[in-house]
Design a binder for this molecule. Structure first.
Ligand code: HBI
Ligand code: FE
Length: 281
């Protein structure tokens, strides 16, 4: 399907100042709904014993449609009642300041287009399946919902201190690619993993990547790659741990980070709480 035929809601009017557009749910084609249905069933089956229970509860609580791209208006009714969050439609990645302002006000910017059938195993930019299936269910969890709003508030402050690249790593290694350990063992909570067939298996089963206990400064020092499976996953023990670790003002952390060398993604330090040491290719 050519780009021009892709469901690009709100295409006629330019995005608004906050980069939101209308989802235009009625305009999705049968093929686009079919791609959602395929991805939903594939991931829902695969994640049965892999996703953290809070994700499964959120998915159930939202009653996210399995048979087609969900209508954001309907999801926002349940989401708003649960944690005061709502999904706003955007056409793609929006400028950092806009992104953080949305999060700081409990608005999650979600893309509306869905990948093409031939792109189901790898898509370089987030689509509606990644944003809504991957990110939105955890916004039903009060602690995680608070964390995401605090992240937005922190982002607006980081922009003023030229420390965004440190904070972006925190987002990457938690919201996008985070693992959590509960009584049953490792579970996935990062949206980048939850929306990826390959990484849902690799992140938990493959001996190749490191798995290291979460440490805020360690995470903010560690670089990441955007076009391959992660070489290191950071593991929290609870969402409370994540929220409490990131509650303080980050200004002193940024000052210390400026004196510390960045770390390559595959690095293992003697001070790491090493749950699993991976190996280089
Ligand atoms: N915009 N729509 C959208 N979605 C994102 O995940 C996103 C973004 N803009 C900036 C951004 N993410 C990252 O640069 C920040 O998390 C640092
Ligand atoms: Fe994402």
């Amino acid at each position: 399907m050519a780009q021009s035929q892709r469901h690009m809601p709100g295409r006629a009017p330019e995005p608004r100042a906050d980069f939101t557009i209308d989802q235009d749910w009625e305009a999705y084609s049968a093929e686009e709904h079919g791609v959602w249905r395929t991805l939903y069933h594939r991931q829902a089956d695969l994640l049965k014993d892999r996703a953290t229970p809070e994700f499964v509860h959120g998915l159930d609580g939202l009653a996210i449609a399995a048979d087609g791209v969900p209508d954001f208006r309907r999801l926002n009714e349940a989401l708003g009642r649960a944690t005061g969050w709502r999904i706003v439609a955007v056409s793609g990645l929006v400028p950092d300041a806009i992104f953080f302002d949305h999060l700081a006000n409990r608005r999650f910017p979600a893309t509306c287009f869905i990948c093409k059938p031939e792109e189901m195993d790898y898509l370089e930019e987030p689509d509606v399946f990644h944003d809504v299936f991957g990110h939105v269910p955890l916004l039903m969890n009060p602690i995680f919902a608070d964390y995401m709003q605090a992240y937005g508030q922190g982002g607006l402050k980081a922009l003023k201190q030229d420390s965004l690249h440190h904070l972006a790593r925190l987002y990457w290694y938690t919201v996008e690619f985070g693992l959590i350990r509960n009584g049953d063992g490792l579970r996935i909570y990062g949206a980048g993993i939850l929306s990826s067939k390959g990484e849902s298996v690799y992140s938990m089963d493959d001996p190749k990547p490191n798995r290291i206990g979460f440490d805020l400064m360690r995470v903010m020092r560690t670089d990441y790659r955007i076009d391959s499976f992660q070489e290191t996953y950071f593991v929290i023990d609870s969402f409370e741990e994540l929220f409490e670790a990131t509650a303080p003002d980050f200004t002193p952390f940024y000052a210390r980070l400026k004196e510390m060398a960045d770390l390559e993604p595959a690095t293992v330090l003697p001070s790491d709480r090493l749950l699993h040491k991976g190996y280089d290719a």
